[in-house]
Design a protein around this ligand. Structure first.
Ligand code: ZN
Length: 477
């Protein structure tokens, strides 16, 4: 008996041809806050982006969130969710206004209108040239822009905005069709967010409203990393995952964007999750750490405003292979330090005969020739805090150097009641207005921003602090 294949009814949505007019209504609804712009064209269909922001606040103070959908042509709920988000922002609700004061939100609901216009499973993952726009991205961009115009338009937009956040919205095509509502659990191993807490907080936006989402409870396997994970007999003991990656992986690699694809069944779940992400961004997106020797002291980035911080982040992120770090070791309670240099020549010279650890006396001898070191201050610090050496953590790969301006050296005391007693940069004691502090999950940070015109290739940050610390030794009960 021959089966005739019935086409399921498509999700309630609008047609590709109607999307531009639909978006233009936002401009009228919240005049001055919304701008619609054509960012490309695929096979005769213009591709539109909507820019939402409060014009009364200078853009240089804002972080940038980019949301895209429908690279694949279908997965209609990605688009319907972004149209819903546009409607919400254009409604001028209080929290929408708050978001637009602090951020520029860019929405591309229908990035591949040609394939979507076909409303056919045949064109899911296929454009006019027979190419899948979704996977046209390579690590360094779209390989063949002529045959992947939708992917290329998205790349051009990412390169222009250099966004802090990118979520590419996916989903389902048919009425009553379900998908596990996930974020960063892609077929591609690299297509996941680098900050688990941020990812979880976004998903929680839907859980709080009663939506079931994909979670770690559903997958008790490690993410494959080493070659061994990919071969028999071990393959089945790791999560599935392909190499490569779409736009999100490109944005992470190039700009340290926190990025992943989101699967959406219910538009409401998608909307609440995107709003949870945006509300997090009203504070700051987690994108400013460049290197973290041993996981706590860190090389971060800063700047006088969001735009300057973005510029500094991109320069330092793209030149992370030109940064060497060594920590002051052993890490004793009450004292810490981090040596950072962008001179491969110097770090090699310092550590040539001291792979296991450079005695402080030798380090001080080496630093004597540095024009920016206050040797008296350094000598005094290590007389008061003896028995230490410098332990090399990251040796840079590149001989070239990069400006250290905009770098933030973060020293961390892992005690919630820690209070700094002395902070030194290059041997000079800093006053309270020359560094900043904050407490994050019981870690106390002291952060020193190197000015844009920092003209040296070496910095040594040191601090001492007071704290009450827990009992040491065997616990008896
Ligand atoms: Zn998908």
């Amino acid at each position: 008996m021959a089966h005739k294949k019935q086409l399921l009814p498509f999700r309630n949505a609008i047609r590709a041809e109607e999307v531009p007019e639909y978006m233009k209504r936002w401009e009228e609804r919240l005049s001055g806050f919304v701008r619609i712009e054509e960012i490309g064209n695929c096979s005769g269909f213009p591709i539109f982006a909507a820019f939402f922001t409060d014009p009364s606040v200078d853009d240089k103070h804002k972080q940038i969130a980019l949301f895209t959908a429908q690279h694949s042509g279908m997965e209609i709920t990605g688009m319907t969710t972004l149209l819903s988000l546009g409607n919400y922002l254009a409604s001028g609700a209080d929290d929408a206004r708050e978001i637009m004061k602090k951020q520029i939100v860019v929405i591309v609901p229908c990035s591949n209108p040609y394939s979507y216009s076909k409303l056919s499973p045949e064109y899911h993952f296929k454009n006019e040239a027979g190419v899948d726009e979704y996977i046209s991205f390579k690590y360094d961009g779209v390989k063949d822009p002529e045959i992947a115009p939708a992917a290329y338009a998205t790349q051009m937009l990412i390169d222009r905005l250099k966004p802090e956040l990118l979520i590419d919205c996916h989903g389902v095509n048919y009425e009553h069709q379900m998908v596990l509502e996930s974020l960063g659990y892609s077929a591609f191993v690299l297509n996941r967010m680098h900050d688990r807490r941020f990812c979880d907080a976004i998903q929680q936006g839907a859980v709080d409203r009663g939506f079931g989402v994909m979670n770690e409870d559903l997958m008790q396997k490690l993410i494959p990393s080493e070659e061994m994970c990919k071969t028999s007999p071990y393959r089945a003991r790791f999560r599935p995952g392909a190499e490569g990656g779409p736009s999100t992986v490109y944005a992470y690699i190039k700009y340290h964007t926190v990025a992943a694809t989101m699967e959406i069944h219910w538009e409401e779940s998608g909307l609440y999750r995107l709003l949870a992400a945006l509300k997090h961004g009203n504070e700051e997106y987690p994108v400013n750490i460049i290197a973290y020797p041993q996981g706590h002291h860190a090389v971060c980035v800063g700047g006088e405003n969001a735009a300057k911080t973005r510029e500094n982040r991109i320069r330092l992120w793209q030149n992370a292979d030109k940064i060497s770090t060594a920590i002051i070791h052993p890490e004793l309670i009450g004292v810490g330090g981090l040596l950072v240099t962008t001179s491969k020549d110097k770090i090699q010279r310092y550590f040539r005969e001291h792979q296991e650890g450079l005695p402080i006396e030798s380090l001080l001898e080496d630093l004597k020739d540095e024009p920016n070191m206050d040797m008296e201050g350094l000598n005094r610090f290590f007389e008061e805090n003896p028995n230490q050496h410098a332990a090399l953590h990251d040796m840079q790969a590149s001989e070239e150097s990069v400006s250290m301006g905009g770098m933030v050296i973060r020293l961390v005391a892992p005690f919630e009641d820690a209070k700094e007693t002395k902070v030194l940069l290059n041997g000079r004691a800093l006053s309270k207005d020359e560094y900043s502090t904050k407490l994050v999950e019981s870690n106390y940070y002291v952060e020193i921003l190197l000015p844009d015109d920092y003209e040296y290739d070496t910095a040594l940050a040191l601090f001492t602090y007071d704290c009450k610390h827990p009992y040491e030794g065997i616990l008896e009960f």
